[in-house]
Write a protein that binds this ligand. Structure first.
Ligand code: RFL
Ligand code: PHB
Length: 390
């Protein structure tokens, strides 16, 4: 369920192993291909997409970055990823481009992706599962399946089908949101800049040498109406300060995203398996969400293939425990980056931030912790070998 990165990649990996699947997606194809979301792929995610045979355009058009920068206390701190991690990099490539590549691969292979098909309920999670879904004309259809993968994102219905008696939800809300813009303007810098500033956090990212993707921290209750384009540009430049000069350009997209952390345990019940944002949400500061979705589905695809090929159920039974390992690691990193960089309005917390930021400047060991997490050493890079090289 869901034609985001999780559902589409799972369907693709299963297809490569000869296992049939149907993808149900409530939105239209055009909508999911245009939705602006994540932009940073861990080195492991890049390698997984390549091995799965869906990385060709990413290799041509993605921007390989050898580091990111922090701006704080009036200067820049550079994290040199290859030096800190034994050669790993990140790739800047929009999530909607990953989604386009996966949809094309599924459709070219004759895959069954049903758009504008909204799953509404599940029945018999312990037997042959029935999935009921609604068509655009309001009529309902039903699919019967051995397994259901709940890849329906943070607002989906699958999470709710874990019985209350087994489901535990751990969460944290933050009192701020990110206001993001995609603009036709060259990026402020050739690498990402994360800014810790007394006016609030800002992030300078990009999608190409001509498209910038920038964010600012705003209060959770603010609205887009309060932020005309000129005010956003002005605020971006004030927070960036003298670290770099921004170029203003037409704003193509503008959005507000609240920040939260959430983990659902277990990630499975009967024949329903949750993957991606359906099972966990991270604040975007660590650039982990899409990469975690990829880790989950690599684990799930292998478990399902072992079941169909050899009748082995061990992988399916171990799914939650296996995934929670990378999930909590990424939850911690995303929470840590969020605490470190945002304006928190608490003198004690600000003291903690200053101490940690200065330690990053002084200590290579501290910088290595960030670099390993950012490039996926503890997440996707552990799963590259799990995907058969195509
Ligand atoms: P998705 O992409 O939300 O896909 C779920 C799909 O399920 C559909 N759906 C249903 N379909 C059928 N029936 C139903 N009842 C359905 N209910 C929902 C939805 O329409 C949708 O198409 O989840 P998935 O596949 O788990 O992928 C997760 C990622 O999308 C998410 O984690 C990332 O975008 C998070 N994220 C980032 N992740 C990164 O790894 N690196 C980044 O740099 C990064 N930056 C970000 C981000 C998320 C952001 N926002 C908007 C929250 C930046 C931002 C601003
Ligand atoms: C993005 O380019 O959209 C992006 C980059 C890094 C993040 C979050 C979002 O941490």
């Amino acid at each position: 369920m869901g034609a985001g990165p999780a559902g589409l990649l799972l369907s693709h990996l299963l297809h490569q192993a000869g296992v049939r699947s149907v993808v149900l997606e409530t939105r239209s194809r055009a909508y999911v291909e245009q939705r602006v979301r994540a932009g940073v792929l861990e080195d492991g995610t890049r390698q997984i997409l390549l091995r799965a045979g869906v990385g060709e355009r990413m290799e041509r058009q993605g921007l390989v970055h050898e580091g990111v920068n922090f701006a704080f206390e009036g200067s820049l701190l550079h994290f040199d990823f290859p030096a800190l991690t034994g050669g790993h990099t990140i790739t800047v490539y929009g999530q909607q481009e990953v989604v386009k590549d996966l949809i094309r691969a599924r459709l070219d292979a004759g895959g069954d992706v049903r758009f504008e098909a909204e799953a509404v309920r599940l029945e018999d999670l312990d037997g042959v599962v029935r999935v009921y879904y609604r068509n655009p004309d309001g009529s309902e259809d039903c699919l019967e399946a051995d397994f259901v993968a709940g890849c329906d994102g943070s607002q989906g219905i699958c999470r709710g089908w874990l019985p209350d008696s087994v489901r535990r939800v751990h969460q944290r809300a933050y009192p701020f949101a990110w206001l993001g813009i995609l603009a036709e303007a060259p990026p402020a810098s050739h690498e990402l800049i994360y800014v810790n500033h007394h006016r609030g956090f800002a992030l300078f990212s990009m999608r190409s040498p001509h498209l910038s993707r920038n964010y600012i921290q705003v209060r959770a209750e603010e609205t887009l109406e309060e932020w005309p384009d000129e005010r956003i540009w002005e605020e971006l430049q004030r927070r960036l300060d003298r670290a770099a000069q921004i170029t203003v350009g037409p704003v193509r997209e503008k959005s507000l995203a609240p920040l939260r952390s959430l983990v659902v345990e277990p990630m499975q019940h009967g024949r329903l398996f949750l993957a991606g944002d359906a099972a966990h949400v991270v604040p975007p500061t660590g650039a982990k969400g899409l990469n975690l979705a990829v880790c989950d589905v690599v684990v799930l695809a292998r478990a399902l293939v072992d079941y169909y090929r050899r009748g082995e159920e061990a992988g399916l039974r171990a799914y939650t425990d296996r995934c929670l390992e990378h999930v909590w690691q990424a939850e911690h990193f995303s929470w840590w980056m969020t605490q470190l960089l945002h304006r928190l309005d608490d003198p004690f917390e600000e003291g903690m931030q200053r101490a940690q930021l200065r330690a990053l400047r002084r200590s290579e060991a501290a910088r290595r912790y960030l670099a390993e997490n950012y490039t996926g050493v503890h997440t996707s890079l552990r799963y590259v070998d799990w995907v058969p090289a195509g």
